[in-house]
Design a protein around this ligand. Structure first.
Ligand code: ATP
Length: 269
């Protein structure tokens, strides 16, 4: 990806797009990703109810809410894994469903993503790099190894990794292929402070100042305060409030997003 006119236009690298999908100029003032009035029902239950949001390049957007609020369903729709019953998603100016050229720009890590226990960390990264990057795989593996921060432990089998190490390996593997859209479902759930901090740092270092964007779900309203540029609070499938975390705290005159959530939902889950 190349900045052709600083601060104004970005050009999508032709090599990673299908013929017919190349050389489009994108104005970074425009949202990179838009979810428009998404509705998803399961057996009569409305899991996601008219959810809309825009995310720009270089932004980390967080969807925050309690268990069962509709976060995972929304992310799966954004990732193109399930179709909404109503509404639509636009990425890079293109509406779903996307062809392989656009899908290659998207990395999605589900909450319960697994890694191959019998491979070493290095072997996992190498397989992923060869799969996605062909001849460029060597440099990418070195970069991913560094990003992961796992050091010599990359020579060990993944079966012996802690949950935090596995999550860092998965994220490094995803970042290695230079996604334009990173979708992360509860990336720090169940991790200790060290691994959670490392994960947040990896996400921020990748997205900030870049032409990529991250959509992150979390039920931890405290952590998103310092990771996200903008946040939408979701409850029972409905976005109940949105904005930059600091603005929300100011608007409701409270100390943290949990208090904002309680105020807008009346405390009911
Ligand atoms: P959590 O934080 O617990 O992961 P969430 O905010 O990600 O929750 P979702 O997993 O999106 O919430 O679920 C939203 C609602 O949709 C829940 O009531 C859930 O039971 C329901 N749901 C999600 N997927 C399905 C499915 N495949 N079939 C039926 N119901 C589903």
């Amino acid at each position: 990806m190349e900045i052709v006119s600083p601060g104004r236009f970005i050009r999508i690298e032709e090599a990673i797009l299908d013929p017919g999908e190349v050389s489009r100029l994108v104005d970074p003032g425009e949202p990179l990703l838009s979810a428009v009035d998404i509705v998803k029902r399961f057996d009569g239950v409305t899991a996601v109810n008219r959810v809309s949001f825009d995310v720009g390049a270089g932004e980390v957007f967080c969807l925050v809410g309690p268990n069962g609020a509709g976060k995972t369903t929304t992310l799966r729709i954004i990732a193109g894994l399930i179709e909404p019953d109503e509404g639509y998603v636009v990425f890079e100016g293109r509406r779903q469903p996307w062809g392989p050229g656009v899908r290659r720009l998207i990395a999605y890590i589900p909450e319960d993503a697994g890694v191959y226990r019998n491979l070493t960390g290095f072997e996992y990264l190498e397989i992923m790099a060869r799969l996605y990057l062909g001849e460029m795989w060597g440099d990418a593996v070195r970069r991913a190894a560094e990003i992961s921060g796992l050091g010599v432990r990359l020579r060990d089998r993944i079966g012996g990794y802690s949950k935090g190490m596995k999550r860092r390996l998965l994220l490094a593997g995803a970042l290695m292929i230079n996604p334009r859209l990173l979708i992360l479902d509860e990336p720090t759930a169940g991790l200790d402070v060290t691994h959670a901090t490392a994960m947040r740092r990896m996400i921020l270092d990748y997205v900030r100042g870049s032409v990529a964007t991250a959509v992150v779900s979390s039920h931890n309203m405290l952590e998103v305060s310092y990771m996200c540029d903008r946040v939408s609070l979701i409850n029972r499938g409905v976005i109940v409030e949105s904005g930059p975390p600091k603005e929300l705290l100011k608007r409701y005159r409270v100390e943290n997003l949990e208090e904002v959530f309680v105020r807008v939902t009346g405390g009911g889950l």
